[in-house]
Design a protein around this ligand. Structure first.
Ligand SMILES: [Zn+2]
Length: 374
């Protein structure tokens, strides 16, 4: 998913080229644009302080909006250049906006799209992360695990900021980028964001890809084995602790065979090296995840990649073994997610053991370093 590297210098330019102007340097933070609504005909907005609506290109003032005033904006009202709504005098960091009754940090940008419009939230990055973190990790987890997750999420913001260029904004609010539902915050996750303010992961002078997943199952996977390419800081690393729950997924031989299609016949057996964590084989990766397996049917034999099997049979991970027991096809495995980068359950276990967030990050993103951008 995250493939394009920015040069460090570009990263810094990105973080400093924003038109956000703050009162003091210590409060400065970049802005991020998040697409919330597309192809809508109208939207109702309400701001907590006096704002001005300006032309999206010329910045020429269009009108004032009073604090607390609910305004319904129709697509037909939006000029070709679109509009931005920001505080009249105060800083964007203190602005909240209700968008169709839901509370968001920051201001609003609206783009004209034919006869409809796209509604975009302009949020200060640190406020945005306060909304994102509780969606990515359970807020009652140890602080150091939350802080590690906050840095990974902040790093992803920077890496992904060109994903939606064609749409006119930087990130969407779904799992495609990061889940964001505005102001739904907790003291613990707020603290994790505040205590890592401005910190992102760098490697070789660039912002890194910082993928994360729920549970490595005992050992993470190298990015090369999942997405291809050779990513220095995303190698397979073993967990020191066994903190993972085994899982089992079963199908009847009939159900399994049906899913393989009529040309396959009935499943006879699987040809796959038995699973040993951290032991590679021609059909298993460094961590032991399935690269491919041969599935022998009564009509033909199919070779299927591990990630294809994971998708087709809704398996939690590719760290599994599979066999036929009686009348059932039984998958048994460990972990949840793609297995690359930070393991959230692993981070929790390390935090409980007393590790600080920087040590947790150094474990999962080997060779990457923390850099405070602001
Ligand atoms: Zn997206």
């Amino acid at each position: 998913m995250l493939k394009k590297f920015f040069a460090a210098v570009l990263a810094v330019i990105y973080f400093t080229s924003s038109n956000n102007v703050c009162e003091t340097k210590s409060q400065w933070q970049p802005e991020i644009t998040i697409g919330l609504l597309s192809n809508v005909n109208e939207v109702t907005l309400q701001f907590n302080m006096p704002c001005i609506m300006t032309d999206g290109k010329t910045s020429k003032k269009i009108k004032n909006i009073s604090a607390g005033q609910a305004v319904t904006i129709k697509a037909s009202d939006i000029p070709t250049n679109g509009v931005e709504i920001r505080p009249d005098k105060a800083d964007l960091n203190h602005l909240h906006v209700m968008i169709n009754g839901k509370d968001y940090f920051g201001g609003v940008k609206i783009l004209k799209r034919g006869s409809t419009m796209t509604v975009i939230n302009i949020a200060p990055v640190e406020e945005y992360l306060r909304g994102v973190l509780p969606k990515e990790m359970i807020q009652s987890w140890p602080l150091e695990a939350l802080k590690a997750q906050a840095v990974a999420a902040r790093t992803c913001v920077q890496k992904n900021s060109e994903k939606h260029k064609a749409d006119g904004y930087e990130l969407c609010a779904t799992t495609h980028c990061q889940v964001y539902s505005g102001v739904e915050t907790f003291a613990t996750t707020d603290r994790a964001v505040a205590e890592t303010r401005g910190e992102v992961l760098f490697h070789g002078g660039r912002t890194v890809d910082a993928p994360f997943h729920a549970d490595s199952g005992g050992m993470t996977e190298s990015a090369a084995n999942v997405w291809g390419g050779n990513v220095a800081h995303l190698k397979a690393v073993a967990e020191e602790m066994k903190h993972t729950q085994a899982w089992t997924v079963k199908f009847t031989v009939y159900d399994f065979s049906s899913r393989m299609g009529s040309a396959f016949g009935t499943v006879q057996k699987f040809i796959l090296t038995p699973l040993t964590l951290g032991k590679s084989a021609n059909d298993r990766s460094t961590s032991g995840r399935v690269k491919s397996a041969q599935i022998v049917g009564s009509k033909k034999t199919v070779t299927m990649r591990g990630d294809e099997m994971r998708r087709k049979f809704s398996l939690p991970s590719t760290l599994f073994h599979v066999s036929i027991i009686g009348n059932e096809v039984v998958f048994t495995g460990y972990g949840k997610g793609h297995g690359v980068g930070l393991s959230q359950y692993g981070a929790k276990a390390y935090a409980e053991k007393g590790w600080k967030y920087d040590k947790i990050l150094a474990h999962y993103y080997q060779g990457a370093t923390l850099k405070k951008l602001y």
